[in-house]
Write a protein that binds this ligand. Structure first.
Ligand code: ZN
Ligand code: ZN
Length: 365
């Protein structure tokens, strides 16, 4: 491939068409459509934005059920940066980093506070697996790679340990300076006890889950612990996953103005191939159907996660910087969408990931 390529006739979200000229991976020019010179990739009809970021995936391939290949859930989804959500703990975070270095997708990670990570699905049920010193050591060794600490606070994960793992996670967060991502699901522990322990910049993932013990009461109104948490600066992440996204809850949340910070898939092999996640584009289509604007939806996978990560450059499109962009289309095409409860909605528009330019390379989705 030539060193100099032109993404011809791409559209900004405003609808304005332009040519992107990229030379040896660097965005060198943004010019009028048709004016760019180099090897042309015709992008007519495609939108361009900074590379999508998925804040919650499972990228350690050998783990079952929560594992997948990095590039399958990354660049092939139109996602140039993924954040592994605690697939590994201190025991194997080095292996996750090593495999990430082989991939075309940029990878960051939450460290599971359990040193065994998702080698078992009840990783917080035995206090011996929560090794505080191992967490501190891992964070200091892999400070650039680890963006936060992960604790899965549901009955099947914590067993008889109750709130204890979250209390330890809170202390470790203070010690290491890394925020928490907390998974919520079926209790105990009770959601009313979990949420008050979260602080500014901590992330609640699966905030639209339709299980009992979720963030909304029987009348589908947001719990006061949720409203208080949002006022403190706690962040909301989608984390769709196999079992954690309900259209009914999402509709109630929107009605009450409870908006996502980040739209993430919680993707792994099973829910990618067999649904109900399928793809990042399918998830973004769900949010369009809920009534959010295209700009709000795209912000949920670009500027919002970049800001939370403290890496605003991931959402830059600037001449002179490495090109990190996603190309996607929005078609007037009906598609039936399915949530984790088996509920369906029909969308009149479909988002499709078309390609990415990342790490010096154009990759078609
Ligand atoms: Zn989870
Ligand atoms: Zn997950």
């Amino acid at each position: 491939m030539e060193d100099r390529i032109v993404l011809r006739n791409v559209m900004k979200l405003t609808g304005e068409a332009i040519d992107f000229v990229i030379d040896q991976g660097i965005l060198v020019e943004i010019v009028e459509p048709g004016q760019g010179e180099g090897a042309v990739i015709d992008c007519t009809g495609m939108y361009v934005c900074s590379g999508w970021i998925d804040l919650h995936v499972h990228a350690f391939p050998e783990l079952e059920p929560y594992g997948d290949e990095v590039d399958e859930i990354g660049v092939k989804q139109g996602v140039t940066t993924i954040v592994d959500a605690g697939s590994t703990g201190a025991n194997r975070i080095d292996e996750l980093l090593a495999s990430a270095r082989e991939a075309k997708t940029n990878v960051l990670a939450f460290l599971n506070i359990s040193r065994i990570g998702l080698e078992r699905v009840d990783e917080l049920s035995n206090p011996a697996w929560i090794d505080r010193q191992a967490v501190r050591d891992a964070v200091s060794t892999y400070d650039d790679f680890i963006v936060g600490l992960k604790a899965r606070m549901s009955r099947s994960v914590v067993g008889e340990s109750g709130l204890e793992p979250l209390q330890v996670a809170r202390e470790l967060s203070v010690e290491t300076g890394k925020p928490l991502m907390v998974h919520i699901g079926s209790g105990p522990p009770d959601i009313e006890e979990i949420v008050p322990l979260l602080e500014a910049n901590d992330v609640i993932t699966h905030y639209l889950n339709g299980k009992k013990n979720n963030l909304f009461n029987d009348n589908m109104k947001p719990l006061s612990v949720l409203c208080d948490a949002l006022a403190r600066g706690v962040q909301l992440d989608v984390g769709h996953g196999t079992a954690s996204f309900s259209f009914k809850v999402a509709e109630a949340a929107r009605e009450h103005g409870i908006q996502f910070n980040t739209i993430s898939t919680d993707m792994y092999r099973g829910n990618r191939i067999g649904g109900p996640v399928y793809s990042m584009a399918n998830l973004l289509t769900k949010f369009l159907t809920l009534g959010y604007s295209l700009q709000e939806v795209i912000d949920g996978v670009t500027v919002n996660p970049a800001r939370w990560l403290g890496k605003p450059e991931l959402a830059h499109i600037k001449v002179g910087e490495p090109a990190n962009v996603t190309l996607f289309s929005v078609q007037d095409q009906e598609v039936t969408l399915i949530d984790s409860e088996g509920e369906e909605r029909v969308s009149t528009k479909t988002i499709t990931a078309e390609g990415v330019f990342a790490r010096g390379e154009y990759i078609k989705c």
